[in-house]
Design a protein. Structure first.
Length: 352
């Protein structure tokens, strides 16, 4: 069979396989004569081709092996890295399927990888906040129910008393109606406080640079005309803060109401509006260290209320104050007043 030319001087035949074949003619000077010499070069490439094919097969095999090993390694690594995320996903899915019927304080925190560990820690903090808020909401509903049960029971009891004995004993009707009026007024104030609290939690306010001195002086003057207690206002010529005027009036009115409840009739309530201090102080029994951390909670009225049953209130006033101060981007803290009483110290931003 005739050899087949592949390209150039490369040929292929069934017998010899691939080979290199080249011919050339060269003139050589032999004395006085010029002789043409013809050269032929033939070299078999079969071994080289076989070696190349063997190398290609080895390389292809190694590539396939490394591909399979790499795929398995990457799959195992990805599975290992994703296992904590899968566990978190499954855990949260179980919670969602159970509608969070069981309170869970934390989810499992893996040691590795670092990113998933940090994500788990942040998720647990979020979960703790959610659980705390849920517990606060449950406590809030329980407190509302408890606070409303008392006036409702009083109203219904005296209504039944009038229905049973009103005709036979007309003299008891005015007393029963007075109790009904008092308890219904108590319910009205509580509902108004709840509405104010709900409104404060959703309120968006416009804060402007405001001189607090005339604003607080007006609140103190209006409140002083309503009560017999003395109020002393200590103020600088001007104290400018970036606040919302309407909410600041509510804050000081609520704090004056609170101070009036716990101060004796002869006690002096002190309001300070200076560049060094913005506060409302009373001379009441004071607030224990244990109660200071909780008096801003809804319906919490502190241990001093138990000792003084004449103090009336819903336990919502200071909770509203806390929210309104926060809306103004300020903060409020409770300090002991000297020699007795409590001092509500506030800080409001000047330019932010």
């Amino acid at each position: 069979m005739m050899p087949k030319k592949i390209f150039g001087d490369l040929y292929f035949s069934q017998d010899a396989g691939f080979y290199y074949y080249m011919t050339t003619t060269q003139k050589v000077q032999d004395g006085k004569q010029t002789v043409s010499a013809k050269y032929q070069l033939w070299m078999s490439l079969t071994n080289a081709v076989n070696l190349l094919l063997t190398l290609l097969r080895i390389i292809s095999g190694l590539m396939l092996l490394f591909f399979l090993l790499g795929t398995g390694f990457i799959y195992g690594l990805a599975k290992r890295l994703n296992r904590p995320l899968v566990n978190l996903t499954q855990y949260t899915k179980v919670l969602n399927d159970n509608n969070w019927s069981q309170a869970v304080d934390s989810l499992p925190v893996p040691t590795k990888p670092t990113e998933v560990r940090e994500l788990s820690i942040e998720f647990n903090q979020l979960l703790h906040s959610i659980n705390q808020q849920a517990e606060n909401d449950r406590q809030f509903v329980s407190n509302v129910s408890h606070e409303l049960k008392t006036p409702i029971a009083g109203i219904r009891g005296h209504v039944e008393l009038i229905q049973r004995h009103g005709k036979r004993d007309p003299k008891m009707v005015p007393d029963a109606l007075a109790v009904i009026d008092r308890e219904s007024l108590r319910m009205q104030r509580m509902i108004e406080s709840l509405l104010n609290l709900s409104h404060a939690s959703q309120l968006t306010i416009d804060r402007q640079p405001t001189d607090l001195v005339p604003l607080v002086a007006k609140v103190v003057g209006d409140y002083q005309r309503q009560i017999a207690q003395d109020i002393m206002l200590v103020a600088d010529d001007s104290v400018r803060r970036r606040v919302n005027s309407a909410t600041v009036e509510q804050i000081f009115l609520a704090l004056l109401n609170n101070a009036g409840k716990y101060s004796p009739p002869t006690g002096i309530i002190t309001v300070r509006v200076t560049n060094k201090e913005i506060s409302v102080s009373d001379v009441g029994p004071g607030i224990s260290n244990g109660d200071k951390a909780r008096v801003f909670e809804r319906f919490y009225r502190g241990s001093q209320t138990g000792a003084n049953s004449t103090v009336k209130g819903t336990g919502l006033g200071l909770a509203i104050v806390k929210q309104l101060v926060a809306l103004n981007r300020g903060d409020i803290q409770i300090l002991d007043n000297q020699p007795t009483g409590s001092r509500f110290l506030m800080h409001f931003p000047t330019d932010s």
